[in-house]
Design a protein around this ligand. Sequence first.
Ligand SMILES: Nc1ncnc2c1ncn2[C@@H]1O[C@H](COP(=O)(O)OP(=O)(O)O)[C@@H](O)[C@H]1O
Ligand SMILES: Cc1ncc(COP(=O)(O)O)c(N)n1
Length: 507
Amino acid sequence: MSDAVSATEPGLAPVPRVLSIAGTDPTGGAGVQADLKSVAASGGYGMAAVTALVAQNTCGVRSVHRPPPDFLREQLVAVSDDVQIDAVKIGMLFDAEIIAVVRAWLAEHRPPVVVLDPVMVATSGDHLLQPEAEDALRDLLPLVDLITPNVPELAALVSEPAAVTWDGLLDQARRLSRSTGVTVLAKGGHLDGDEIWDALVDASGAVTELSTPRVETRATHGTGCSLSSAVATLRVTHGAWQPAVTEAKRWLTTALRAGEELHVGQGHGPVSHLAETWARAGTRLTPARLAEHWWAQIADVRAEIDALPFVRALADGSLGDDDFSWYLAQDALYLGDYARVLAEASRRAPTVSEQTFWAGCAQQALVTELELHRGWLGGSDEPETLPGPVTTAYVDHLLATTARGGYAEVVAAALPCFWIYADVGARLAEHRTDDHPYAAWLTTYADEDFAEATARAVDLVSTLAAGSTPQVRERMFAAFRASAVLERDFFAAPLQRHDGSGPTVEG
Ligand SMILES: Nc1ncnc2c1ncn2[C@@H]1O[C@H](COP(=O)(O)OP(=O)(O)O)[C@@H](O)[C@H]1O
Ligand SMILES: Cc1ncc(COP(=O)(O)O)c(N)n1
């Protein structure tokens, strides 16, 4: 292998210099603000000349201030006098006078790549292009390289009603491309269905269809702006439309998935333009990353649990009846107090949804406790066994955490009982055979509702921890780890009680 590197290798290719000519969005989700983030996320250097100032937010447009068109001309000339522009993305143009300025500038300084997002009406229904300027916009189309209309924009450009089927949309896109001689990226986001289809149609009629699963989210403000500026940037990098659009769509889907994590606005929030960059750089603590980290931080304890003679004997069926019954009796004793801790979490929960969730878990713990007595422990409702030292230590840890700590620590301490139990249970259930002495018990371990509750508990606690101060997060983790260690000791206790070695409770 040669040590020589090609100039087109990622990182060595020149950075595309991309100019957005568009309106503004002070909430940063659409317009030039979104374009600058998209260009940056796609590896380009973003610049912006403003066509109109828009007082808008995630709920809608309030008013538009259009500065004198001559001032747009001055901005454009100032940029092109100084900077070599590799690509232009054109967005909101607002009226015919602005369109005339852009048209004149393009005639003189035509950059190699020009993408036009024919912005007409915002998602909120407000006009971003005056209806009487539609003809001027149509006349601008042949001067660009790619047009990226959504369903209603494509309909307006071909002066027809909006397409309601994918074939109808493709047909309109073909005709627009043929009449303008320009490639069209027809976006199907406004059509129904779990899959979203977009299509690249060139003037020869060649069609490339692209589909992505529809992301269930309200964070769709500015998707059109973001996609078109990413495509303009990536067209410079890749030198062709198809790889540029494919890559931009993949990126946009990730940005859409992470949009709601930003908590921006009460209406349709923005996509998270830099989600992928942040994930790669590891700069942002997301709930998912935190959960992964906490799980890894108790890998030693989990490995010890898997290696315990009790867990192995439960899996292969060699566990003695007496030890199994003792374990169940301890579990029942534990669950009674665990339910009180969950009820306390419910009492302290900051939202109704969390309050309901923990209350449901408390009730479920009690139902399981009763089932243990009635079904497995000979029908008695009253515990006959005294709590062993580990059961006492575990319950004391939980109760001390509720006494000393806040809501965040209580739920962190409660989490291992869900998470470790569900994890061990799923693996134990794989050992189930019809003649396994504990077959029925192994089935209850891998209960689907319990797996669902576990996923919710992990999500709730990790979201809380990711949003807490480092001090609170540290206390949450300490409570979590202590419970994980006690889970291990709880699984060890049934067999350890015979050898007199006692539990090893971590301090
Ligand atoms: N919920 C979603 N999930 C996945 N992709 C989406 C979603 N909403 C929009 N997109 C994608 O974002 C781009 C722009 O969407 P669209 O709604 O069609 O246009 P506009 O934002 O201009 O109204 C398209 O490529 C579309 O496929
Ligand atoms: C300045 C400006 N340009 C474009 C849009 C369209 O946004 P969307 O993609 O949500 O329709 C917008 N709301 N504001």
